[in-house]
Design a protein around this ligand. Structure first.
Ligand SMILES: Cc1cc2nc3c(=O)[nH]c(=O)nc-3n(C[C@H](O)[C@H](O)[C@H](O)COP(=O)(O)OP(=O)(O)OC[C@H]3O[C@@H](n4cnc5c(N)ncnc54)[C@H](O)[C@@H]3O)c2cc1C
Length: 411
């Protein structure tokens, strides 16, 4: 439910209504219907279908793993999402100009699809509608959290809404304000930062031939390039491009004349889908691995990019955050049933202990893949050639890779 003025106290306050904060609020309200917890979510930028300002629900598309589909299903949102996603039936991984490739097909793993592509704005519409219809979640937006400070009973937040400033007390702050969190710095929580010196160039493209629900991950001399299948629009065969380039190259590619860029892209991607016929508006994202050195404190838990921001090469960032979300929701539900405070360290530590392995594994998998596939060093080129061949030839390795990609390899 949208509100204009907050109450003085909530059991939980979520800072940031991006993909992770909004998913968390929806998941919690679906899980604790009977427990009567009060939840406030504060989002700085009002989502609008016309103005692409909101940083989470922008022009990107996201590959949701099969595991994330199950999570949205558990939250009761899959029926609304199903008509807005494109299934990934096959993933084709290859190395430009070199022998060696790997293919993963949904039929081998007895699932309807390996994953699904959703346009971020579409996911935003579904999540925002759900929060607006919920009686348990109070959505305050546009409004900004200026300060979070610990008190003897939990946390105190200072909220700026228009010309007014409000003070709210809570037992638990779920901080989901994205990778570059000023609140984290304010609280003295450090992040380890590893700048990949790469940017992701994002755009939608159209092809001569249909994609048949294949997602392509292609490793090129300038960095990995992914093409995710999108549903056709006005009879165009569409795909979403995520092209990793050296940081100092991105400006030139953003400004480049479209026909010249098409030519360069064809050279990198090849003609597996025929000619690339159209290229949409381009956007650029700097790529950094950021990991918070603390994820919990009494009355505080970090979720999503503020806890771990990953390279998009393996499409794991949101998928990992959704798995974190579901484990946290489960622990909070148990705490509510046992009349424990949601901000108690025992509850939060239990959550973190359960997710630590999944987080470490996913961060390492993504980082190693990024390093291995962003180099022309001859040793690493050989390693990735052997890697791609062995993924394709060794069933157990292939299953491990597929399970990670499908978001089922966390345990
Ligand atoms: C190019 C690219 C492609 C990607 N592709 C994939 C993919 O295919 N699959 C996948 O799983 N992941 C992917 N990711 C990762 C995914 O986008 C992130 O995991 C996800 O966006 C994290 O969401 P978040 O809500 O934590 O942070 P954000 O998206 O940054 O949202 C934070 C929100 O908090 C709000 N906010 C900030 N400060 C305040 C404040 N003080 N008060 C109130 N509100 C505040 C902001 O307005 C924003 O809405 C990709 C990332 C990139 C860059």
């Amino acid at each position: 439910m949208r509100i204009e003025t907050p109450e003085q106290h909530y059991d939980l306050v979520v800072v940031g209504g991006g993909m992770v904060g909004a998913s968390f609020a929806c998941a919690l309200s679906a899980a604790i219907e009977k427990e009567n917890l009060s939840i406030l979510i504060v989002e700085a930028i009002q989502q609008s279908t016309n103005v692409p300002q909101q940083p989470s629900f922008d022009s990107r598309s996201t590959a949701l793993s099969y595991g994330s589909r199950c999570i949205y299903q558990e939250m009761g949102l899959w029926t609304q999402l199903a008509s807005r996603v494109t299934a990934i039936k096959e993933i084709h991984v290859s190395d430009k100009g070199r022998f060696g490739s790997a293919q993963l097909n949904h039929a081998e793993y007895e699932v309807e699809a390996l994953g699904y592509v959703v346009e971020n704005r579409q996911l935003g519409e579904v999540l925002n509608k759900e929060m607006e219809n919920s009686s348990q979640v109070k959505l305050l937006s546009p409004a900004k959290i200026d300060k979070v400070s610990p008190t003897s009973k939990g946390m105190q937040l200072q909220i700026e809404k228009g010309e007014s400033t409000h003070t709210v007390e809570t037992s638990l702050v779920v901080l989901a304000d994205g990778g570059k969190s000023p609140i984290c710095s304010q609280l003295g929580i450090e992040q380890s930062v590893d700048d990949y010196q790469q940017h992701a160039l994002i755009t939608n493209i159209a092809f001569e031939k249909p994609h048949h629900n294949v997602a392509y991950e292609r490793f090129t001399d300038t960095g990995p390039l992914a093409v995710l299948p999108l549903d056709s629009y006005e009879s165009e065969n569409r795909g979403s491009l995520v092209w990793t380039v050296a940081a100092d190259q991105s400006g030139e590619l953003l400004d480049m004349d479209s026909s010249k860029l098409l030519h360069l892209l064809m050279d990198r991607f090849g003609n597996r889908l025929g000619q690339i016929t159209l290229i949409g508006k381009r956007f650029c994202y700097p790529l950094t691995l950021r990991v918070a050195k603390e994820q919990i404190r009494p009355g505080l838990v970090l979720l999503g990019n503020v806890a771990h921001t990953l390279h998009p090469v393996a499409g794991q960032g949101l998928n990992l955050a959704l798995r974190d979300t579901m484990v946290l929701v489960e622990r909070l539900k148990r705490a509510a049933e046992n009349s424990e405070s949601p901000g108690s360290m025992a509850v939060l530590q239990d959550y973190l202990d359960s997710q630590d392995f999944d987080q470490q594994k996913t961060i390492t998998f993504t980082n190693q893949l990024t390093r291995l596939f962003s180099t022309n060093n001859s040793g690493k080129v050989l390693a990735r050639k052997l890697g791609l061949l062995s993924i394709d030839l060794m069933p157990s390795l292939k299953r491990g890779f597929a399970e990670q990609a499908m978001g089922l390899g966390g345990k």
